[in-house]
Design a protein around this ligand. Sequence first.
Ligand code: MSP
Length: 509
Amino acid sequence: MTARYITTPIYYLNGEPHLGHVYTTVAADVLARYWRLSGAEVKFLTGTDEHGQKIAQAAEAAGKEPQEFVDEVSKEWFQMTQTIGSSQDQFIRTTQPDHYKAAQALWERLEAKGQIYKGAYSGWYSVRDEAYYDKSEITDGKAPSGSPVEWLEEESYFFKLSEWEEPLLRFYEEHPEAILPISRRNEVISFIKGGLRDLSISRSNFSWGVPVPTDPKHVMYVWIEALTNYLTALGYPNTDSQEFQTFWPNVIHLMGKDIIRFHAVYWPAFLMAAGIAPPHRIFAHGWLLHSGEKMSKSLGNVLEPFQLIDDYGLDQVRYFLMREVPFGQDGSFSEETFIHRINSDLTNDFGNLAQRVLSFIHKNANAQVPTPGEFTHEDEELLAKASHLHESLRDHMNAQALTKYCETIWAVISDANRYVDHMQPWSLKKSEDPQDQQRMGTILYVLSEVIRHVATYAQPVIPTAAGKILDQLAQESRDFASLKSPLKAGLELPKPEGVFPRVEVREAS
Ligand code: MSP
């Protein structure tokens, strides 16, 4: 597969971005950068979800018209993507005209296929989740998410979700990797097996949304409309375009596990009903917890990402998010584990390796990549580890195993550090014997070659620091294909500089 279409959820505009949102966006960015460097054709989409009752209420609370409110807040979310180095190809907003067109076209298509009927909804609704809940899911007036629910009775259009139980189960049976991790797939399957009821897909007691094309007293239920953003960005309703044909079959939807039901049950059902293939891959990651607790505005423990980036650096935050929390599981953030992780993996292991080797070359090898002599068994072994990274990293990325991706690179960094300690190139420097000098050059060459590999593969995660290390190795080509040719001996290297300053633990105040 040479094309990849990577999406994040589109974020609600009723609050400010926190570290949890940054987490999904960084993960998607790492995938996008990885595949671009692999030579794939990539489209990476993120953006904002701007309709629905929750946003209408937030606008009202701010004393603004909804459109004015979303225009302002959406800018902050766009700015978040810039601050975290997100390389999206498109930032979509659901208030843009082409999205209205796409959402209404999907509605019309479903209607034409006999998938929509008018009825009356009465049941529990959570505005905070913008979701309907079954009575069996409500405890003490709250949804399973902890959000308050309210009783709703209104005329509504329904989508015949109940007809899609069997086709969905069959699709997931035939595509065992359509939902990852497997534990989430199992949850989705048992939810579907529990029985699907028709879904209310319009609202009429407020108007901030995309009007139902055939009955503008109703607005489309925000989820059916919002999910369509993934098609809008490919020019839907035109499905014949090159863009649609290239990217839709290769879509990877990333999201937190809170919204898997929308993506893995409702969305594929809408798509199948409209005659469009269901998503190729849905990956739901876990929760980022703050010192063991779920982050939420009401608990007042939301982590503000921008301060963290200011204090410690962007690559540090990106690396921590990808490395510390096994991607797909829940994981905790605390300042202590954060500092420990970046000092140990970035400053000590990677930073020191690069700094030690490059400074040594600068001082003792004419600031040039040395010409290697014959390789020993140990040299060959380390070089082979670096050149075999390619296959294992590719497999990890194909499974969105982002934490394993980092671990695999850092295992080679540890091997390289052990190799330096064992080979002790500095002790050879003192020898007058030309053979020792030649051996020293070979060791430095091997190390530089390994550093070039790990820095090249680390680019998706820590783009700035990896880029600086590649600058210090005087590398022009930085895509993965460039690693097929060996490091050129004789390259003049600039004066090296450390890329990861050590961070001190702040005194508790
Ligand atoms: N607007 C919907 C999504 C529509 S997609 C067609 C929505 N928006 S949201 O602003 O609430 O963002 C939810 C997403 O933010 C989660 O699915 C997850 O990706 C991310 N996260 C929010 N808090 C998080 C954590 N504490 N931890 C990890 N991810 C978190 O739902």
